[in-house]
Design a protein around this ligand. Structure first.
Ligand code: PSU
Ligand code: MN
Length: 306
């Protein structure tokens, strides 16, 4: 275990024993959902991982220390405090040197999970190439991380605030498998189907765990995206979602937003514009991803023992 990490004893014990552990990110808590629903959801997500037989580990940087597994009051702090930084790969050293608190993005969570030896990570949606990326060069560091760090990311695809075709092209170029769970098309977060075909459909956690083992046994560097469509009952009507997304994108453009502020702004505006409907969908899909991620982690750990 890397010496810069603070690891909760429960998680260290599970890792040492080769039991299933699931990493969870914290940017979704600090910058992806409003208080108090964010903290409530973070707790339910941990619970859902436990129910499916794995140990949850929410990751963040606290007082400059990369922390694997948060206490209840630490979760509350991350969800409530307004000065928690959004931390991606490039930000990690500064937040550590400054002794600050940071919520980790998909990219930074993958890095810390990898250092801790956690191979399965659950979130809502990954970052990707933004619309207009050919002019702005705004492409999430998440894609770069997926190309280099050996952690599997269970998500509901990505929101169509992004340019999803470009996002898939980049993942293909960088050698990142995208597996549709029970679907042949990429899910688009609130919306179950983006209409974009994937090359690989998978139908069981065991099949996914086997693919992960094969990839890493061969020494193929990088992650895998496991795209799980939002539960039917909570998914949004594509037209309703799209209207909110278009409006939020136009506002971001008017305000000339750039850099790390773009994604949190869009997430917040879409929640506001849909009067909470998108937040409901968001919560339901994260819970569903947590259950799937835990089942994959259990299968992955048991295949490890063979
Ligand atoms: N997309 C979502 N919800 C999120 C994020 C993205 O639907 O919470 C967060 C994740 O933490 C992701 C980050 O890693 O935003 C990507 O930010 P950026 O586009 O600035 O790389
Ligand atoms: Mn960006």
């Amino acid at each position: 275990m890397h010496s810069s990490l603070d690891v909760r004893p429960e998680i260290r014990a599970a890792l040492d024993a080769g039991r299933a552990v699931v990493a969870l990110e914290s940017t979704i808590i600090s910058h992806g959902m409003p208080y108090p629903r964010n903290v409530e959801t973070a707790r339910r997500v941990e619970e859902s991982v436990r129910r499916a037989g794995a140990t949850p580990a929410t990751l963040a940087v606290l007082g400059g220390r990369p922390t694997i597994g948060l206490s209840d009051s630490q979760l509350e702090h991350l969800g409530k405090a307004s000065d928690v930084l959004k931390v991606s790969r490039r930000d990690l050293p500064m937040v550590m040197a400054g002794g600050k608190d940071g919520a980790t993005t998909v990219a930074a969570t993958m890095i810390l999970a990898d250092l801790a030896g956690i191979r399965i990570f659950v979130t809502g949606g990954i970052g990707g190439a933004h619309r207009g990326a050919e002019h702005t060069f705004d492409i999430s560091a998440d894609l770069e991380e997926l190309a280099r760090t050996n952690v599997a990311v269970v998500c509901a695809g990505a929101k169509s605030i992004l340019d999803l075709p470009k996002t898939l092209e980049i993942l293909e170029t960088r050698g990142v498998p995208v597996l549709g769970y029970g679907t042949g098309n990429l899910p688009a977060f609130f919306v179950r189907d983006s209409g974009l075909p994937l090359d690989q459909r998978v139908d069981s956690p065991e099949q996914i765990a086997d693919i992960l083992h094969k990839k890493w046994q061969l020494g193929l560097q990088g992650g895998v995206v496991i795209a799980n469509p939002a539960p039917e009952h909570a998914a949004m009507d594509p037209l309703v979602a799209d209207r909110a997304i278009q409006k939020a994108l136009a506002e971001a453009d008017e305000q000339g937003l750039g850099g790390k502020d773009v994604t949190p702004f869009l997430l917040r505006r879409i929640d506001e514009l849909t009067g909470g409907e998108s937040l409901q969908a968001n919560i339901a899909l994260v819970l569903s991803n947590a259950e799937l991620g835990a089942r994959i982690a259990v299968a992955f750990a048991s295949q490890d023992l063979r």
